[in-house]
Write a protein that binds this ligand. Structure first.
Ligand code: ATP
Length: 267
């Protein structure tokens, strides 16, 4: 029998309250090595709040967030600071693009690399051979990531001058610069045209397969979700209402009802 894939992220009964509002209600979810997993649901279902708990922006009211890094120690990360979560190996992008708009494309990726370098302030002032070597490595890594996301030819352009779809790809490159084992993408296709979405589809699959990075994504574009996800979780009003393969989700009556209630018919 085939060996079960190793779990990377294990969230158990996660609950997040904002005053009297329960935004996430006892949601259990797992992501294993080499998986592309989607978290979907109508607007306001609690998907971004779930991401914010997992990436340290919010401390959950209840539940457990366990991380099992491939070459590290398993640990519970409830309430851990976002920068520590990134250091452990989980990187994310945001629903609203958060690039340094007045920095170049390459500089944006180099900043992502910061959490993997050891340069002290003194080292940076004295510019020791170790610091120079690290700088060179950061630039090389930056270019190689830009090549992977198709932005190497605009490396010296200001981020603000890139078209929307390219800015989203740059955010992904910056997250990849932190050497994650799990990438969390919050609506990566939002605002993209069909051609940009198709390229994104290919890029995400490539990151998953070639880089061996597991992916958990929130997405409203059902075509993209159904194309690339191995498994899908569905939330509505804070609760998980379904989980399964794209085929199972497509035909799940609860899911269809949730989306019809929202006025859409593309689930
Ligand atoms: N910081 C906050 N304080 C209070 N309420 C919040 C906060 N963040 C989110 N909420 C509420 O929690 C609920 C879930 O919001 P969330 O943004 O997680 O949903 P979502 O599924 O990501 O929606 P969308 O698909 O529209 O991005 C909503 O009712 C929202 O108004």
């Amino acid at each position: 029998m085939a060996e079960a894939a190793a779990k990377l992220l294990e969230v158990r009964e996660l609950t997040m309250d904002f005053g009297g509002l329960r935004a996430v209600d006892s949601v259990t979810l797992e992501v294993c090595e080499n998986e592309i997993v989607a978290l979907i649901g109508p607007n306001g279902a609690g998907k971004t709040t779930f991401f914010n708990c997992v990436t340290g922006i919010y401390k959950p009211t209840r539940g457990e967030i366990l991380v099992h890094p491939p070459n590290g120690q398993s640990r519970k990360i409830n309430g851990m600071k976002p920068n520590r979560v990134t250091e452990i190996g989980m990187a994310r992008t945001f629903q609203n693009i958060r690039l340094f708009q007045n920095m170049t494309v390459l500089e944006n990726v180099m900043i992502g690399r910061h959490c993997r370098t050891n340069t002290s302030i003194l080292g940076a002032i004295l510019r020791s051979p170790k610091v120079l070597g690290e700088e060179r490595e950061t630039v090389e890594k930056g270019y190689s990531l830009l090549e992977k996301v198709g932005l190497a030819d605009v490396a010296d352009e200001f981020a603000k001058n890139l078209p929307y779809g390219a800015q989203r790809r740059l955010e992904i490159a910056r997250a990849m610069a932190t050497d994650p084992f799990l990438l969390l993408l919050d609506e990566p296709a939002a605002g993209m045209n069909p051609q940009e979405t198709k390229e994104l589809d290919e890029l995400i699959v490539r990151i998953g397969k070639e880089e061996g990075i597991a992916i958990l994504l929130i997405e409203h574009d059902m075509k993209l979700v159904m194309n690339i996800s191995e498994r899908i979780y569905v939330m509505e009003y804070g609760k998980k209402i379904a989980q399964g393969s794209p085929q199972e989700i497509r035909t799940n009556p609860k899911v269809i009802e949730a989306y019809l209630g929202e006025g859409g018919d593309d689930a």
